[in-house]
Design a protein around this ligand. Structure first.
Ligand SMILES: C[S@@+](CC[C@H](N)C(=O)[O-])C[C@H]1O[C@@H](n2cnc3c(N)ncnc32)[C@H](O)[C@@H]1O
Length: 284
């Protein structure tokens, strides 16, 4: 989340005006069988528990209860690909809400064994299972690994096995140089074949720039516009011997209160949704 204020206290991220979109009520109701009028209480209780451990903006804002994947212009293609057997890894998955959305939207077809969730922080996996009430029921593979590391040991058996990488509010956690490292590691996870895809959404900017921030571990964030994200994939393409067709939409959606408030507080920030489809790979 954008913040240029080095001294913002963690308590500022604990929002009191939580306003979940309809898609969250639908997910908790149909996936987790929680009555609609009990959803908000359930989410706030989970936040209380998570906040004791993680004073992160995404926890304070209950972002773990809001899915991004289904709002992506690439979602219908992604969903039909998963339904035809393609594999997907959600990187920086957090509580894993986006994977639950995919599972729900695949209906009676059980796709969970085609899905994988990766995060640095293993404790998010258990919190996610408590949040979505699917402890012991889920076929998804959960892998704790540092995606900044090239070929992290825990991911070694999964190198080159995925058709789709999904990354929500993830790649923006770093400055340009580290984004190249993270993308190189994500490309390592993909099958080296035409049509493999990296799809995601994150905070962007009307005009791309890099800034110092206190809110992330790395202390730098590069916020993209449409041109810079294409340039990022050209550069990582050179590093990895791959070529990409990149599409991006950079805008200020007003689809929920959280967004509207964000644009008021950060008028130059945007929401950028992108898809990068592999056209060629020297390793193919
Ligand atoms: C802003 S949260 C986004 C969570 C989720 N994708 C969402 O959209 O709500 C970023 C996530 O990336 C994870 N993360 C941060 N650095 C990482 C790294 N080096 N490798 C893997 N995961 C990392 C964090 O633990 C956190 O769960």
């Amino acid at each position: 989340m954008p913040s240029s204020n080095e001294t913002t206290p963690a308590s500022a991220y604990f929002r009191t005006d939580i306003d979940l979109p309809e898609s969250s009520f639908d997910l908790f109701n149909r996936y987790s069988s929680i009555p609609r009028d009990a959803v908000l209480r359930h989410v706030l209780d989970l936040r209380e528990k998570a906040w004791k451990v993680f004073k992160y903006p995404c926890v304070g804002a209950c972002a773990f209860a809001i899915t991004a994947i289904n709002e992506h212009p690439y979602y219908n293609t992604l969903l039909s690909d998963v339904k035809t057997g393609k594999t997907l890894i959600d990187v920086g998955t957090g509580f894993g809400q986006d994977l639950r959305r995919v599972i729900l939207d695949c209906g009676d077809q059980n796709v969970s064994e085609q899905l994988c969730a990766c995060d640095l922080e293993e404790r998010f996996f258990l919190l996610g299972q408590e949040c979505f009430l699917d402890q012991g029921k889920l076929g998804v593979k959960f892998v704790a690994a540092d995606l900044l590391e090239q070929r992290a040991a825990a991911l070694e058996p999964l190198q080159g096995t995925f058709d789709i990488v999904h990354a929500s509010y993830f790649i923006h956690l770093w400055g340009w140089a580290d984004q190249i490292r993270v993308l190189t590691s994500l490309i390592g996870l993909l099958r080296k074949a035409q049509g493999s895809v990296i799809v995601g959404a994150q905070i962007g900017s009307w005009k791309a720039y890099e800034k110092d921030v206190a809110v992330t571990e790395a202390g730098r964030m590069y916020l993209h516009d449409e041109e810079s994200i294409k340039r990022l994939f050209r550069e990582v393409g050179t590093v990895t011997g791959t070529a990409w067709r990149v599409e991006a939409i950079n805008w200020q959606p007003e689809t929920r209160k959280g967004f509207t408030e964000m644009w008021k507080q950060h008028p130059t920030s945007t929401y950028i949704q992108f898809s990068a489809v592999m056209l060629a790979s020297e390793a193919a």
